[in-house]
Design a protein. Structure first.
Lengths: 87, 189
């Protein structure tokens, strides 16, 4: 399975995972520190970055989320591999 | 409702077939302090916990499902090419007889997951202390798993998960303080 996955897939995915990590970490932090404006500003900044990265990834490799949360593309590729545990 | 994202939270690299290691890792899949128990514990407790900490329980519970997927990926990749002989040599013959190479929610000793692993007392402090203990136990388990293998790729993913337990424990401790503060401020009036 992993033989057919391009280098770009891993690069984009890695960048997305990096930005998402910041967002997960800040989400939990803000849950217990909701008045920290600096953390909120950082969250907003990384959320913008995530949106751009998601768009780029999805244009190249198909939707990341189901149920209408990602653009489906010209053909239905949501149910196509690779799935995360296959790469 | 939950939205699935077609990506792992953190990369899981597995370069070899090693069912013996999978047998240990399954502890964090279907064990008492594993990721399934964690996710179900927090998402179940949140209905009766004070509003101030529902968000935290929801978000940590959701993140636990991402960790469950990482552990599943490790176990799947370590066993997908294993022959019946290799499964037997790894002590997974009992598992193989019932499940072939499918995953199953049980611990390293083969005991099936049970709802008795999770508590919900309906007392916010009791529940949050249970959550802190669960995170610390999971952190310790990840340390034993890191110690038991010399596979650097698996160690890398396990270290990520170990660090997440530390952060979750810290956030739950803060949640306890938030509730204590809230409780004492109410008494003033």
């Amino acid at each position: 399975m992993s033989e057919s996955i391009s280098k770009e897939y891993y690069q984009y995915m890695h960048e997305l995972q990096t930005v998402d990590f910041v967002l997960v970490e800040l989400t939990l932090y803000l849950d217990t520190h909701p008045d920290d404006q600096q953390a909120l500003a950082q969250f907003t900044q990384f959320q913008r970055r995530k949106r751009v990265l998601m768009q780029q990834f999805e244009m190249a490799f198909g939707p990341l989320q189901e149920f209408g949360n990602s653009p489906p593309g010209q053909t239905w590729t949501w149910s196509s591999s690779p799935w995360p545990w296959q790469v | 409702m939950w939205i699935y994202e077609k990506k792992l939270q953190y990369p899981v690299r597995v370069s070899k077939c090693d069912p013996k290691l999978a047998k240990f890792l399954i502890e964090q899949y279907g064990g008492a302090d594993g990721e399934l128990a964690a996710a179900l514990r927090y998402l179940n407790q949140r209905y009766s916990i004070p509003d101030k900490v529902i968000g935290l329980l929801t978000d940590i519970g959701t993140e636990e499902f991402a960790h469950l997927e990482m552990i599943a990926t490790m176990v799947y990749k370590l066993t997908k090419d294993a022959t019946p002989e290799q499964m037997k040599a790894a002590g997974l013959d009992g598992h193989f007889a019932d499940h072939d190479n499918a995953l199953s929610y049980h611990n390293a000793a083969g005991i099936p997951w049970t709802a008795t692993y999770i508590q919900a007392k309906g007392d916010p402090i009791a529940d949050l202390y249970e959550d802190i203990a669960a995170e610390e136990k999971a952190r310790a388990t990840y340390q034993w798993l890191i110690d038991i293998t010399d596979d650097v790729d698996i160690q890398d993913a396990l270290k990520f998960l170990r660090e997440r337990e530390i952060v979750h424990s810290l956030r739950f401790r803060e949640a306890v303080e938030i509730l204590k503060e809230h409780h004492s401020s109410k008494k003033v009036f």
